[in-house]
Ligand binder design. Structure first.
Ligand SMILES: [Cu+2]
Length: 225
């Protein structure tokens, strides 16, 4: 389910993504949340007492109701957040990626099954072998007419480029200092990301986070050696 979340009458500030807190709050009016993605949102309760709904704008469905009570205080929205990970991500963005290993993965449907680089999980599974202690640049191509939220286990990635789909979403995730383990790859579009391969050897997986697509094979093995 694709949600576009907004809190009635309130400004929202994004302060965290899948894997880390950001270095500063980012003002947003609404946020697209695709299956598997997480966000941390800061809200200031500065409206008239009453009830306000957190709404999914895509389906016009209320998700929860916010009710005011107690005495009024006036805390400011912080301008910075002390985040070591965000500082590290900022330094990764300065990296010269041209000498790094480039990996490309294509998501598609093959005869009613989901595939990564033509491999259907469990039948002719696509296996990517990555040396631990390195950085890689992955480009995920979507060769289908549906969105695919691509999810990799273990290490989050720095989003470098998003082609196609929602422009605000692309702008947001290519500009913040966040590590993402789930990112939506738009229909016939692509996502390029810098992947630190830093923790743990062994086999893990990457897959589309729409469970119906994963179940029909859109999953591969990430062999960390
Ligand atoms: Cu999918």
């Amino acid at each position: 389910m694709y949600l576009r979340v907004s809190l009635q009458n309130h400004a929202m500030y994004m302060v965290g993504v899948d894997d880390n807190l950001l270095d500063q709050p980012v003002p947003i009016s609404d946020i697209l949340l695709t299956p598997g993605e997480r966000v941390d949102i800061l809200v200031k309760a500065d409206q008239a007492p009453g009830t306000y709904t957190l709404q999914d704008l895509n389906s016009n469905t209320p998700l929860l109701t916010v009710e005011y009570s107690g005495t009024t205080v006036n805390d400011p929205i912080p301008t910075t957040i002390n985040s070591d990970t965000a500082r590290w991500v900022a330094s990764l963005k300065q990296m010269d990626t041209s000498s790094l290993r480039q990996v490309s993965m294509t998501l598609s449907f093959v005869r009613g099954q989901g595939a990564i680089n033509g491999g259907v999980f469990g039948r002719n599974t696509y296996i990517l072998e990555s040396p631990v202690g390195t950085y890689e640049v992955w480009t995920i191509f979507n060769r289908s007419g549906m969105d695919h939220p691509f999810h990799q286990h273990v290490d989050g990635a720095v989003i470098l480029d998003i082609r196609g789909g929602d422009r605000d979403y692309a702008q947001l995730y290519t500009s913040i200092n966040g590590l993402k383990d789930t990112i939506n790859v738009p229909p016939m579009g692509s996502v390029t990301m810098l992947v630190p391969v830093l923790d743990y050897t062994g086999d893990t997986v990457f897959h589309c986070h729409i469970l119906g697509h994963e179940d029909i094979g859109m999953m591969g093995i990430w062999r960390r050696v």
